[in-house]
Design a protein around this ligand. Structure first.
Ligand code: NJP
Length: 241
């Protein structure tokens, strides 16, 4: 309660559910994405619901370093820093590794990880804070190999950050949350899926809901200060790979 959080990719899906849950818990949440209008709508919903925290919408394209630095500078001025950073924004460009187009690869890496450094450099975390990230899928399926590689990278980066934070003698904790299939717009936006087919898969597999991931985040944030939760892996019961 009263803590400041940054949630990236807060306009829809998992990020929106996490932002809502943290506002409900009384946190001041800066939610960023390119579609700031959607975050403004969510902020109004949180207010009408009478949640004790607040959601502050911020427009930022996370593939643009200048925009990232300017967002962190604004957060520092307005809120002094963040206690919790949820590195959630992400996207997929699905192409075969051997014959596919490569131009989307850098974009996936930029959006998924570039603000990590800025978050630490630009802000002062309070001693009992947490740093969380969206994690990887275990087994890559058709045309998703590079996307999966970026998610394995998130796992390695989170562990690297945890080690560096410890060596720097901070009490900041790092957690990697790795969801299985979650029912969001992600599949429609990036997997070129036929919406009806994707909806049938979601239904038949009883996929995770964005709120399931939000509850994992609140569980991690509720851990006592001496407890480091390194990894959380969640999958629908019916997901095989
Ligand atoms: O995805 P989606 P999810 N600058 O597409 C934002 C991972 N994951 O919630 O800018 C700033 O509904 C975008 O906002 P906007 C996944 O890889 C998912 O399902 O307005 N923001 C939106 O808020 C991702 O890392 C599943 O378009 C940018 C958000 O990112 C995270 O979970 C499984 C941006 C994407 O919302 C959230 O996924 C898994 C940019 N340049 C991991 N580009 C799953 N759904 O099954 C995108 O293992 N965003």
């Amino acid at each position: 309660k009263g803590r400041v959080a940054l949630v990236t990719g807060a306009s829809v899906g998992i990020g929106a559910a996490v932002a809502r849950a943290l506002v409900q818990q009384g946190m001041r949440v800066v939610g960023c994405a390119r579609s700031v209008d959607k975050i403004e709508k969510l902020a109004a919903e949180c207010q009408s619901a009478g949640y004790s925290g607040t959601l502050i919408p911020y427009k930022c394209d996370l593939s643009n370093e200048e925009e990232i630095l300017s967002m962190f500078s604004a957060i520092k001025t307005l809120h002094k820093g963040v206690d919790v950073c949820i590195n959630n924004a992400g996207l997929a460009h699905n192409e075969p590794l051997l014959s596919g187009k490569t131009e989307g690869w850098r974009n996936m890496i930029d959006v998924g990880g570039s603000h990590t450094h800025a978050a630490y450099e630009g802000l002062t975390f309070s001693p009992a804070s947490c740093y969380s990230m969206g994690g990887h899928r275990m087994v890559p399926s058709a045309d998703e190999h590079f996307y999966c590689a970026t998610k394995y990278a998130v796992t390695a980066l989170t562990e690297g950050i945890r080690q560096e934070l410890r060596e720097a003698n901070t009490h900041i904790r790092a957690t990697c949350i790795s969801p299985g299939l979650v029912e969001t717009e992600f599949a429609f936006r990036h997997h070129n899926s036929d919406p009806e087919k994707a909806a049938a898969v979601y239904e038949s597999m009883k996929c995770l809901k964005a709120e399931d991931i939000a509850s994992a985040v609140t569980f991690v944030l509720g851990a006592p200060p001496h407890v480091q939760i390194g990894d959380v892996q969640m999958r629908p019961v019916e997901q095989v790979s």
